[in-house]
Design a protein around this ligand. Structure first.
Ligand code: BMA
Length: 816
């Protein structure tokens, strides 16, 4: 097998559509893998699409037809030799020609394509052309043929198989990508090749690892074919019957792969080799991990749980939803992906959900999750829309599902296939049903086609029809059954209403906030910049986004008029809203068995629900998530009409000791104390009663309840910030240079609520180790800021809008 990568010497030109005069008749060098926006940007023909209002100025690109061309040298085909042109991914509607011969057409970004090039490949120079039609124009025509179907956004993303958010979303730009987005190569082979390899990995009850390898081969002639499966020193061989073979390899006393926080992630190298007449002709390698996974959905006295069970252990899924990490997918390197997943790991996340408006994630993504013990829930790419079940869509759906299930199943991190995002409530709850007028809407994909394919190809893994989902005729978002998306908070009610429901698994919930100050100012240059200035508003994609931000803030903190204070207050409120939800969900384990925050990452600079912004900087929300996901959490929660303390022990060891609880004034005078014995078994929660004298303040405006056990802390206030008598300048601080950057020592002179160091304001590369820390009067805390910037004035870290806290924005400016 000879593989020749074809990534060099590509050029790009527009061949149809309305191109601005200045761009007519050009041809630019093109990157493959890549996309048209990036090529035009590199050639200086368009401005950066993420900057200010450029997105709106680039809508002409929606209607353009493009042509990618390259030449490459090759020897002509030899007798008996097979020559295939392999495209791992084309975005999206394309005709592929080699030396003027049409090799085929493509219509699905989620698939790869293999074209037989034997009749067209020449000795010497070959010309390869990929002509792309406007995906939008194609989708509109497809929709006219299939019938209109409801969707959450204007363009008919549901009429073709292309990443849905490519056409814009409530956190993403409407910059329609086009290009050859994955590798392309010429494969030359004789005898045979491995067309498909499916290693199904399980663990027998006695601890023996079992790999069942299913292979399909493509053969060029009639030899004796054998498949060899190797792990370390162990090998099994099996003869190919017709075109397929199955071999089982057992690994006694195998080391188990565990989710983060439960154990190690040993990975084993698996090699599958195809031999023709005893000679190796092709091979495939995978790194596999041995573990079992199920989802417990056995009805119980409350309803229907949704609890992941890995290697027999019930797991509370602590995690977030994952969207494409850059709207221009080809810029997402393995390193960038690994940094993002490291951030998830540092925040104690053991699960990421790859959301269905994006893609089947990359092998880089899955490799990083395999290595770190991050469980992955993969949606099939269907989101917030009705989808036709007729041709030509149907066979595309089947083809992409077959291919991607096969591609991703070797990864131990993958623990769930999920049919779609929110299409079931779209049918039952969103008043969309009547618009169908009897047309298909995708149900057959989610309840028959996709589960059938998973059962056929990947029978070791659980499948869920959708997210959210409840079994039978129940409303899909029923809190007592299956998965739930909690969006009343953010859309309609205050975040304290998270406590209205105890879902069995909260697969989505979240709250918006702006990106970090530095990211905001790198991409937006409104003069003056306000929350409603034109470029900033273009980067706020949610319906009535700023209205919801402000209505969500007002019950807690006044909405500042000054931009910098507004920025801090809205970031803080985002963090608090999600922390409130997370502590509630965790406190209900094992009834609630998962909390996935919407959303970990961003795909462009935006006011969005993300914890990490598009320039990779953690927002205050990120720190709040990390604190709320700490393995040992103390949280004050209502139970049966009382205020209690819940201790959550997400650890294999019991949590024992003493909780010291005090009610004290903001000035530091202790008014009541109690010592509460703590004894929480592994992976469980315990409720601790709080005596009345801890809970009944003399002056609710100036007292706080603090409960502490080791590093775990819970703070409970007796009113909303805007009603409390905080000292607006409650601490002293100093800054010292240290090896990694700077250390900031803070001492509370009065109660400090949610102290944060917005370090990027001082140096763009500066990152602080913790924030949103509350300090009772008299307590000290040091923060480490990592930066390689040598600062002339490190005291800038102590500025009021850098080292800030809730006290700063708790009162409206006019009240101070
Ligand atoms: C959820 C997601 C996305 C959306 C998010 C925020 O429903 O599935 O569709 O971006 O809400 O509105």
């Amino acid at each position: 097998m000879i593989r020749m990568t074809l990534h060099d010497d590509w050029s790009l030109r527009a061949v149809g559509g309305q191109v601005p005069d200045a761009l007519a008749n050009w041809k630019v060098p093109a990157q493959v893998p890549g996309s048209t926006h990036l090529d035009l940007l590199a050639a200086g023909l368009i401005p950066d699409p993420y900057l200010d209002r450029n997105e709106a100025a680039l809508t002409w690109m929606h209607r353009v037809d493009w042509q990618y061309t390259t030449t490459f040298r090759a020897t002509g085909p030899r007798p008996g030799e097979r020559t295939d042109l392999v495209f791992e991914g084309i975005d999206t509607i394309a005709t592929v020609e080699l030396n003027g011969d049409v090799l085929g057409h493509t219509a699905n970004m989620h698939r790869s394509y293999r074209f037989d090039a034997r009749g067209s490949l020449r000795e010497g120079v070959n010309e390869l052309t990929v002509s792309l039609r406007s995906a939008l124009t194609h989708a509109e025509e497809a929709e006219a043929q299939l019938g209109w179907r409801q969707r959450a956004y204007p363009h008919p993303y549901n009429a073709l198989r292309k990443m849905a958010c490519s056409f814009g979303w409530d956190w993403g730009p409407d910059l329609q990508t086009a290009g050859i987005w994955k590798p392309v190569r010429l494969e030359r082979w004789e005898a045979g090749r491995l067309a498909q390899v499916r290693p199904l990995v399980t663990v027998d009850p006695d601890g023996t690892g079992r790999v069942d390898v299913h292979t399909d081969i493509d053969s060029a002639d009639d030899r004796a074919y054998t498949v060899a499966v190797t792990i370390g020193d162990d090998q099994v061989r099996t003869a190919v019957q017709h075109t397929s073979a199955r071999a089982t390899l057992l690994v006694p006393d195998v080391r188990l792969w565990w989710p983060l926080g439960y154990g190690d992630q040993p990975l084993y190298d698996l090699t599958v080799t195809l031999l023709a007449d005893g000679q190796p002709v092709d091979s495939v390698r995978h790194r596999i991990g041995f573990r079992t996974v199920t989802v417990d959905t056995e009805p119980d006295e409350i309803g229907t749980p949704f609890t992941f069970v890995v290697n027999g252990k019930r797991v509370f899924a602590k995690g977030a939803n994952w969207i494409p990490d850059d709207h221009f997918l080809t810029r997402v390197t393995a390193q960038r992906t690994a940094r993002r997943i490291d951030q998830a790991v540092d925040a104690h996340m053991n699960m990421l959900r790859v959301w269905g408006g994006g893609i089947y994630e990359s092998d880089d993504f899955y490799d990083a999750c395999d290595e770190r013990g991050v469980l992955v829930w993969q949606d099939f790419p269907f989101s917030c829309a009705f989808y036709a079940e007729e041709e030509p869509l149907r066979h595309e759906v089947e083809a992409e599902a077959r291919e991607n299930v096969t591609r991703l199943l070797p990864h131990p991190s993958l623990v769930l296939w999920n049919g779609n995002n929110e299409n079931l409530p779209a049918y039952t709850d969103w008043n969309w049903r009547d618009s169908l007028k009897g047309r298909s809407w995708g149900l057959g994909y989610y309840t028959e086609l996709l589960p059938g394919l998973v059962a056929e190809l990947d029978p070791t893994r659980p499948y869920a029809p959708g997210s959210p989902y409840s079994p039978g005729d129940l409303p899909p978002n029923d809190a007592h059954h299956g998965t739930r998306h909690e969006w009343d908070v953010w859309n309609a009610v205050d975040y304290t209403h998270y406590r209205d429901h105890v879902p069995r698994f909260c697969a989505e919930f979240g709250f918006q906030g702006p990106p970090t100050w530095t990211t905001l100012h790198r991409w937006i240059h409104d003069e003056p910049m306000t929350p409603a200035s034109p470029a900033l508003l273009l980067h706020q994609k949610a319906e009535d986004g700023n209205g919801k931000l402000h209505r969500g803030l007002e019950p807690h903190l006044p909405v500042p008029t000054d931009l910098e204070r507004w920025h801090w207050a809205t970031q803080l409120n985002q963090a608090r809203a999600v922390r409130f939800g997370l502590e509630h969900f965790r406190s209900w384990w094992p009834r609630t068995a998962g909390a996935l925050v919407w959303q970990l990452n961003d795909c462009w600079p935006a006011i969005s629900w993300s914890a990490v912004d598009s320039d990779e900087r953690p927002k205050p929300l990120y720190y709040a998530i990390r604190q709320a996901f700490t393995p040992r959490l103390l949280t004050v929660q209502p139970r049966e009409g009382r205020t209690t303390l819940v201790a959550v022990n997400d650890h294999d060891q019991p949590w024992t000791g003493t909780v010291l609880a005090t009610r004290q004034t903001f000035a530091g005078e202790v008014l009541a104390t109690a010592e509460l014995p703590l004894d929480v078994p592994p992976r469980s929660t315990a409720q601790l009663d709080l005596a009345d004298d801890l809970l009944k303040p003399v002056d609710p405006r100036s007292e706080v309840l603090v409960a502490a056990a080791g590093d775990a802390r819970a703070h409970h206030l007796f009113g909303e910030d805007r009603d409390l008598d905080y000292d607006p300048a409650p601490f002293t601080a100093r800054v010292l240079p240290v090896d990694e950057g700077y250390r900031i020592d803070v001492r509370a002179t009065s109660y400090v609520r949610d102290l944060a160091l917005l370090a990027d304001k001082v140096a763009p590369d500066a990152v602080v180790d913790d924030m949103l820390v509350s300090l009772p009067a008299g307590e000290s805390r040091s923060f480490l800021v990592r930066t390689s910037t040598n600062l002339h004035e490190p005291s800038a870290f102590l500025g009021p809008d850098v080292l800030c806290c809730a006290n700063l924005v708790a009162r409206a400016a006019e009240d101070l």
